[in-house]
Ligand binder design. Sequence first.
Ligand SMILES: [Zn+2]
Length: 254
Amino acid sequence: MGIEVSLIFGLLGLIIGSFLNVVIYRLPKGESIVFPGSHCTTCGHHLRPWELIPILSFLFLRGRCSMCKTKISWRYPLLELLNGVLYFYATWLNDTGSILQLVINLYFLSTLLVLAGIDWDTYRLPDMFTLPLLVIGIVTGFVLPHGPLGWESLGTALGVGGVFWLIAWYYPEGMGLGDVKLIAGLGAFLGVPEIFIALFIASFVGSIVGLIMISFQMKTFRDQIPFGPYLVLGAWIAFFWGEKLIAVYTTIVS
Ligand SMILES: [Zn+2]
């Protein structure tokens, strides 16, 4: 789609990103995501409308609460920016002409962002996000003409979901059922061979980061290391550049 439309969706992505921060922060604690409104978690100061403007308010406040001056984590503006960039790029690349397909793609990208954030904080991938991802991935496969076709979507979800379910069965310390459900959902959305690109990148980057953290003694081999954020990274890369990576790979191999 055109640059203007992409920019509008990018701005929308920033605003939605600000809401996703609230979801990631409050949902695992069982708090309402609507009430109370956004506030400083240290002093309870309720954010004024201008303090809710994504990124700009963070820069203007120099990363501190306007009342108690407690530092605000860099993660909030970073996540807003990331969601905005994802929306911009997904809209820019959307050559299907279908707004519904675009909305489904944006839902896919944002749900992954929320899952990565929650898994990072809590080592959990809640069913309330992974299961709808799986169902919507399969249903859109049958209903919408773009992306993997219905049977491919269903088959990929069952195939990779089944294999990783077996891994989780025999090796529960290494992989949780949340990971399995997420992988099945990614399979439904990405199809073959994109899902394999996502899994390869996730395992590769996850192992490297894990080894770095262990060698710097930030983690030990016994520590839990969340796999979700790496799956999400792999899925984004496969979603945006899967076809190009396959083309590069086949020219190298042949
Ligand atoms: Zn404060």
